[in-house]
Design a protein around this ligand. Structure first.
Ligand code: GTP
Ligand code: MG
Length: 199
């Protein structure tokens, strides 16, 4: 599929599974803890500064945002998790919406890839491992992306590569992509992997 990734629009900000679009185009979902850089990565992939909202107050809005790419597929920005001060109620909303994306999505069979982001400086947190385990069990194709690589010095970079490659291997995912929304590192590769998942 030949996709113009720069042609992107917000289709819907869904606060409830009933608002997920009924449109059988493929979906590429982006998952990760709050503040890991999901929205920044989406903006960088489509070459826009701020189509996806980059949070100044992480974890505040619990929505699933569907960006329509070239009228051919959706990029789906899933709500972040692991926000420290989250109330019981907002945890419940997060759970029901995230769960709903995979189990009550009218086009759930069109989810081609889940891009799971982890912070390259931290590696996988406990919450990341819980999420990755759940995704692995649900059988969706998974790709690990390590974010914010521009913040690593040479030593930390080598360590991050070791840790994140090991993580991908352990969950049966292909080799991870190292990404920086700031420098554009990994953009060409990630777009190629996404395109390949659509074939
Ligand atoms: P939620 O929407 O709360 O789930 O967060 P998010 O995962 O969408 O993170 P977001 O893209 O809003 O980024 C969080 C913060 O990290 C912002 O201050 C971004 O500017 C910063 N950030 C994101 N990606 C990068 C990156 O590649 N490099 C650097 N240096 N900072 C980044
Ligand atoms: Mg975001």
């Amino acid at each position: 599929m030949n996709v113009n990734f720069a042609r992107a629009d917000l289709r819907i900000t869904a606060g409830l599974p009933s608002q997920f679009p009924r449109d059988p185009i493929p979906q590429i979902a982006f998952s990760g803890r709050s503040n890991v850089g999901k929205s920044s990565l989406i903006n960088s992939l489509i070459g826009r500064k701020s189509l996806a909202r980059v949070s100044s107050s992480p974890g505040k809005t619990i929505t699933v945002n569907f960006y329509e790419i070239d009228r051919k597929l959706f990029f789906v920005d899933l709500p972040g998790y692991g926000y420290a001060n989250r109330s019981k109620e907002s945890q419940r909303v997060w759970q029901s919406l995230t769960d709903g994306y995979f189990t009550r999505n009218p086009n759930g069979d069109r989810i081609k890839l889940v891009v799971q982001l982890v912070d390259s400086r931290i590696g996988a947190t406990k919450d990341d491992l819980t999420m990755i385990d759940w995704l692995t069990k649900s059988g969706v194709p998974l790709l690990i992306v390590a974010t914010k690589t521009d913040k690593l010095n040479k030593t930390d970079r080598a360590e991050a590569e070791k840790v994140v490659c090991e993580l991908a291997k352990n969950c049966g995912a292909p080799a991870p992509v190292f990404y920086s929304s700031q420098t554009g590192e990994g953009k060409t590769e990630l777009l190629a992997r996404i395109a390949a998942s659509l074939e």
